[in-house]
Design a binder for this molecule. Structure first.
Ligand code: PAF
Length: 278
């Protein structure tokens, strides 16, 4: 495994692989690696000859009152996990990624302004900005993102299309604890009792899915689910939408997504389930 701190090192490494005819898959992360990241790496291995992972806690996707300073930084443990699993690791500092400061604005369109984008208006701009920069440095053929961050996944697919980047975006399904709780780096902020409560988010999504499959009315279900989630959490949103557009379901909808974001204490949890429209 090659460790690169400088942009030029990782660019050269990938260029050399390309010159040898190798395809390169990329998994961008902010570290704090868990089973979810490992499942993305498994997909990356299936899609390409070489796999690069980046570890960069991107300041532009945190607002001033969020957890940038306390975000879990577990570099040694991350590298131990990656050493047997990937070919290159890119660990830039802020100056490598933002040599001219960090005020570049990317228009993320409506998809970045709804749902999580309403509560976290800075977030998708920051994600789009860093992912575009990372793609420009790493030049992957394939990049893999998790379906747990579904809105992020759609936004990145849209960005790649808008910028006509020659990168195939692959996605990996959400990895869950036995309780159903989606694994996330921020789960380590939860106490033992909160971890148990957190599993109710997925339970509610599963219940709604079952009811939709039994042709129950979406509006009634949405109201019930909002009430149910409020018993355990501070609700940000619960929506049942077209999975391709993140707009209201229409007669053209093929797949439905049930998505929610909630707060448990100060910890924000997001999750979603996708189902075929009957
Ligand atoms: O999903 C994440 O971990 C981050 O948003 C990403 C894509 C690595 C960008 O910083």
């Amino acid at each position: 495994m090659r460790l690169c701190h400088q942009n030029t090192q990782i660019t050269k490494l990938v260029n050399d692989w390309h010159a040898q005819g190798k395809a390169v898959a990329f998994v961008p992360t902010m570290g704090g690696l868990h089973q979810g990241h490992l499942s993305l790496i498994d997909i990356a291995k299936q899609k390409a000859d070489k796999v690069v992972v980046s570890i960069f806690v991107n300041p532009t996707q945190f607002s001033k009152n969020e957890d940038l300073d306390s975000y879990p930084r577990t570099l040694n443990a991350d590298l131990a996990v990656l050493s047997a699993n990937v070919d290159g690791v890119f660990i830039p500092d802020v100056k490598q990624i933002y040599p001219n400061g960090i005020n570049k604005h990317i228009d993320v369109g409506t998809i970045g302004q709804i749902l999580c984008g309403k509560t976290r208006p800075h977030f998708f701009n920051g994600v789009a900005q860093v992912v575009e920069i990372l793609f420009g440095i790493v030049h992957p053929d394939v990049a893999v993102f998790g379906q747990k961050d579904y809105q992020q996944l759609l936004l990145i697919k849209k960005m790649v299309k808008n910028l006509s980047l020659d990168i195939c975006i692959e996605s990996g399904k959400t990895i869950r604890e036995k309780s159903g709780l989606a694994v996330s780096t921020r789960n380590q902020y939860l106490s033992e009792s909160e971890t148990k409560i957190a599993a109710n988010l997925y339970k509610t999504l599963v219940y709604i899915k079952r009811e939709i499959l039994q042709n129950k009315k979406i509006n009634g279900l949405k109201q019930w689910a909002e009430f149910d989630l409020k018993q355990h959490f501070k609700l940000d949103y619960l929506e049942i939408l077209d999975a391709n557009t993140l707009r209201q379901i229409t007669s053209n909808t093929h797949q439905i997504i049930i998505l929610s974001a909630v707060l448990l204490g100060s910890v924000r949890l997001i999750d979603n389930i996708i189902l075929k429209k009957g």
